[in-house]
Design a protein around this ligand. Structure first.
Ligand SMILES: Cc1cc2nc3c(=O)[nH]c(=O)nc-3n(C[C@H](O)[C@H](O)[C@H](O)COP(=O)(O)OP(=O)(O)OC[C@H]3O[C@@H](n4cnc5c(N)ncnc54)[C@H](O)[C@@H]3O)c2cc1C
Length: 512
């Protein structure tokens, strides 16, 4: 049976649900089609940091910020990517991120912060409480309150077009959904599409598995099939992270009820800084990987065979080397000299920017499953589950390379001082992951999907990662910011688009 509404949204993550609420509050009838059994997407799997200026959180903390300072800091974070920045969209993000934090707060999302996030001059990072699933539950609750029809387990396979070439709906699970005012693509990124990763970044990157297996790039295929263009698809966030803990993570299992989040915020805001850092260290050691400054200080990366697998100067090369092996596991190995250095400020093993730091000993306490320490290399190897003789010769070869100041295997530049001083340490197993893929469909400042010539495709909008449109987003907290900001703006814009009367489909364009 066919269904007709004013606004049809494809994807029930952060951008899609924000768009839905915004369209519904503008008076439109709205359907959200979500392919998974649950809404949330990457938004609900993320760390959840949201970077914004001019918020009440900043005001309470005595931070005097401005849109101009925010834009200036984003320029600094971009470095040489500044040349390809979409400056119009950046200004839209900078101006609307603050109001969007306030809007999220008004629907029950609580934040901790703002916390500093170098190289930004002002603290702007707002960390969602108790975890990022709070976004999904608050947005879904608000969708229901506003009468939005959210349909899960409904994967869109194609867009529908009328005789005038306007996008008038989409087909999913054998049903045609028509939209009088327009359709919004909000299907996230393409980090789970091996074909797209191979095409845009390369074969080695294509083998690195995604954190979110549902990011299959459907919106990109739907958009380009009707004339949209993909831009700046060449950047993936590839890296190594500790394998998931076998102990429940207290932060992740906390329910995201608004009252609990509010109580948490009130408690957390009153905690002494040291205690707060202690609480967050537990969460930290549960999902991150070690800072690459540890390699610069002398650590090496070995695979499950016990051999070095990559040039440790590059996160990307390390991730690809680990993923090239079917077990996708790697360990960081170092000696007591490095362990001593990474036992106190300013040298944490891992950080949660501006809030907390985890040192070598924190891993012993919070992640004994990825922490190995031994008096001999052989005992260390046994603890890691790798062949002692192989690890022994790997370290001998490495020490001899360090003595000759030349990495004979991979040409690493930062060599450190070798692995000589007992006790010896390893952190791992770690697995390679792609956290997210940058790029996006080209969009104009109203979030309409545009063609090669810059002309908007009638009836089609995009938001979040699908509508990234050349934005760089090169610092923490900007992707979530863009998802919510672009969703809200796209939802409002579509709700105010002209009401089409020709809802007769002449063709349906399929995603495979
Ligand atoms: C581990 C991790 C940590 C992160 N941490 C942060 C952070 O702290 N701060 C930050 O700013 N960013 C972070 N990010 C990135 C950020 O989460 C995403 O960029 C952002 O949430 C994307 O929002 P979105 O709405 O575009 O996509 P999503 O939230 O992924 O939503 C897309 C939705 O579309 C659905 N969908 C896809 N195809 C179809 C189809 N054909 N039909 C119907 N539905 C479909 C998906 O199932 C999904 O629910 C992180 C990402 C990860 C994975």
């Amino acid at each position: 049976m066919n269904t007709t509404v004013d606004v049809l949204i494809i994807g029930g993550g952060g951008s899609g649900m924000s768009a839905a609420i915004s369209a519904a509050t503008s008076g439109a009838t709205v359907i959200v089609l979500e392919k998974c059994p649950k809404v949330g997407g990457s938004t609900a799997m993320s760390v959840g940091s949201f970077t914004a200026a001019n918020t009440s959180y900043q005001y309470r903390a005595g931070v005097n910020d401005s849109i101009e300072l925010f834009v200036a800091d984003m320029k600094v974070a971009n470095g040489h990517y500044e040349d390809r920045e979409n400056k119009e969209l950046r200004r839209i993000l900078a101006e609307n991120a603050g109001p969007t934090v306030e809007w999220l707060s008004s629907i029950g999302v609580q934040f901790l912060g703002p916390t500093p996030e170098p190289p930004y001059e002002k603290p702007r990072m707002h960390n969602v409480l108790p975890n990022s699933s709070a976004y999904a539950s608050a947005l879904l609750r608000e969708c229901r309150k506003r009468g939005v029809d959210v349909r899960t387990s409904t994967r869109v396979e194609g867009l529908l077009r009328n005789a005038a070439g306007e996008i008038i709906g989409a087909r999913a699970n054998g049903t045609d959904f028509f939209a009088r005012r327009g359709v919004i693509l909000a299907t996230g990124d393409y980090s789970a599409s091996p074909e797209m990763k191979a095409e845009f970044v390369g074969e080695a990157a294509a083998k690195v598995p995604p954190v979110n297996p549902n990011n299959t790039g459907d919106g990109f295929k739907l958009g380009t099939d009707v004339g949209g263009v993909m831009i700046q698809m060449d950047r993936l966030y590839e890296g190594l992270r500790f394998a998931p803990s076998n102990r429940p993570d207290p932060i992740k299992i906390l329910p995201s009820h608004p009252l609990l989040s509010k109580a948490m915020r009130l408690i957390v805001e009153r905690l002494p800084k040291k205690l707060l850092a202690y609480v967050i260290r537990g969460a930290l050691t549960s999902w991150v990987g070690p800072n690459n400054t540890m390699y610069q200080a002398g650590a090496i990366l070995v695979g499950h065979s016990g051999e070095r697998i990559a040039n440790e100067d590059s996160d990307k090369l390390m991730a690809r080397a680990a993923a090239a092996d079917e077990l996708n596991t790697a360990f960081m190995v170092f000696d007591d000299r490095v362990a001593r250095k990474f036992s106190a400020w300013p040298n944490p093993v891992s950080t949660f920017p501006g809030v907390a730091y985890a040192y070598v000993d924190d891993y012993k306490r919070y992640r004994p499953d990825v922490y190995h320490k031994a008096e001999t290399i052989e005992d260390l190897a046994t603890s890691m589950g790798v062949a002692p003789s192989v690890l022994r010769s790997t370290i001998q070869e490495w020490n001899s390379d360090v003595a000759n100041r030349k990495d004979s295997l991979f040409g690493r530049q930062h060599l450190g001082d070798g692995i000589n001083e007992a006790p010896f340490y390893a952190l791992g197993p770690m697995n390679a992951y792609v956290t997210l893929a940058d790029g996006g469909l080209a969009v104009d400042t109203q979030l309409r999907v545009t063609k090669d010539d810059g002309e908007a495709i009638p009836g089609l909008w995009a938001a979040g990662s699908t509508g990234q449109g050349g934005l760089q987003l090169l610092n923490h907290g900007l992707h979530i910011g863009w998802a919510m900001v672009s969703g809200r703006l796209a939802g409002r814009n579509v709700a105010h688009a002209p009401n089409r009367t020709d809802l007769e489909a002449v063709d349906g364009v399929r995603v495979n």
